[in-house]
Structures are given as C-alpha cells and as structure tokens.
Design a protein around this ligand. Sequence first.
Ligand code: AMP
Ligand code: ZN
Ligand code: FE
Ligand code: FE
Length: 281
Amino acid sequence: MTTTNPHNIDLHTHTTASDGVDTPAELVRFAVQQGVSVLGVTDHDTVAALPEVQRRADAAGITLVPGVELSATVDRAEVHILGYFVDIADTGLTEALHDLAMSRYRRIEQMIEKLCGLGYDIDGDAILAQAEFGSIGRPHVARALIEIGAATDVPDAFDRYLKAGRPGYVPRDPFMPEDAVRLLVDHHAIPVLAHPFTTRDIEGTLKRLVPVGLQGFETYYAEYTPEQHEELRAIADEWGLIPTGGSDYHGVGFREGRILGSAPVPQEVAERLFAAREQLS
Ligand code: AMP
Ligand code: ZN
Ligand code: FE
Ligand code: FE
C-alpha cells in the first residue's frame, strides 16, 4: 500500500518567468510554508526561472523537479504538455523554447492591438515588458484589464475578452502536441499530458502521443475532484503512464482551486518520476 501525502509533492507551478505572480524566491518561500518538499516548476515555454529556483530550493532543502509547460493545440483546443527534468544547459532546447516564446509575444501584441482598437486603454508596452525575463501570456493582459477596471479578476477577464470567441482573442500559431512530445524526448526530458480534461478527446490524444514518447498523465490535478482523480488514475494505469499531479499554482488568488501544495499526489509518483529520469538516455 502506498501512502498519500497531500501536502508534500507539487509538480506543476508557475513563476514570474511566465504568467505566475510569484518570483522564484517567493515561490520557494511559499512552498516551504505549504510543506511542499518536492516542487516542480513548469513555466510556459521558458526555463528562465530555473537557475534561481534551483539555488533557492537547494538553500531551503526542497527537491526541485525542473520543468516546462508547452502549449499545443488541436483544432483550436488546448493540449498542454509538461516536460520534466529539462536540461537548461541544452541550447537546442532553449532555442526551441525561445521560438515558442516569440510566437507568444507576437500573439499577445496582436491581442493588445485588438483590445486597444476596441477602446480598452491598456498599456501595451508595460504588458510586453513583462516578457523580458521569460514568456508572456494572456494572464498578463488580464491583469492590465483589471487595472483599468474592465474586469474584476483573471477568470472574468478571460470570460469577457480573452477566451476563444471573445473580442480580444487571437489564436496561437499552430503547434502540434506530437511536436511538443518529440521536442522533449529529443532533449531527454519526460513528457506528461497536463490537465487531461482540457483535452477534448483523452483516449484519442493518448493514441497519438504515447507512440511518440508520452510517459506521464497529470492525474492528481488540484482542481479535479477525487472521483476525477480516480477516473484519470485508471486511464494512467491502463496506458502504463506515470500519474503525476500538481496545483498549477500561478499565485495566491489567481484562480480558485490552484493552491500550492494542495494536489493529493502519492509518494509513489515522485519515486516513479525519479526512476524514469534514471532511464533517460
Ligand atoms: P496563454 O498561454 O497565453 O494562452 O494563456 C493561458 C494561461 O491562462 C494558462 O496558464 C491558464 O492557466 C490561464 N487561463 C486560461 N483560461 C483561464 C481562465 N478562464 N481563467 C483564469 N486563467 C485562465
Ligand atoms: Zn499559466
Ligand atoms: Fe496548462
Ligand atoms: Fe500550468
């Protein structure tokens, strides 16, 4: 019988290097407070936070799982792929991430233009300046809309302006989940399908991604119910995937249910993830 320690492992978090609110130092400090001892940091399309997070985690006695989260789309539906044990010294990987971050930048520029054209007086330069340290995303635009009083909180800004079909929306450049998985495999990282319920067709997605090297399936996602965790665990077991988990923490108050350290990730998961790292060639 494996033991479950609900406040110990969190493999999905964001920092100011992408669209999180906490700096690397703040994230690690909060992880200590929350009793997280194995911390995965998975910023969108950037590894810029990882050196600082590593230093802070070492000093705090936290085990860091260095990661990244890649955003792919299938027919406009989002498919996010987490990559664990990324090597930040691998310039082939960091160059590919830079291209993805540039594509994000252009998309957000277009979204700002659209919103300004509609009369929302947001400061585009100030928004885009936040990409300097890593990557930019829609939550940065959401915060600017809140600042000018056009939205009450981040989910409200998405609902009104930033989701597909809303006036500020611009689709991403095409990037297939297969390409995301291959990129990670080629650079010796472990690819994991993030928050599977975002993906319209879970079985179909696994049929596409397992053959190209998918190794994990984000089962213990904090926003999901215990029943959903069980349902996802059965799928992970059926496909032989590591049932990872995490909170998708982006900062306090960013979105309900995404509380650092709140995902019930079993100890066994960290063990399997570290064992898989040993198998990486
Ligand atoms: P982007 O990567 O620029 O497309 O922005 C997507 C990010 O925004 C993801 O990290 C999500 O966590 C966050 N996000 C997406 N939809 C919502 C929503 N409805 N409310 C709050 N955050 C959201
Ligand atoms: Zn995010
Ligand atoms: Fe995601
Ligand atoms: Fe995320």
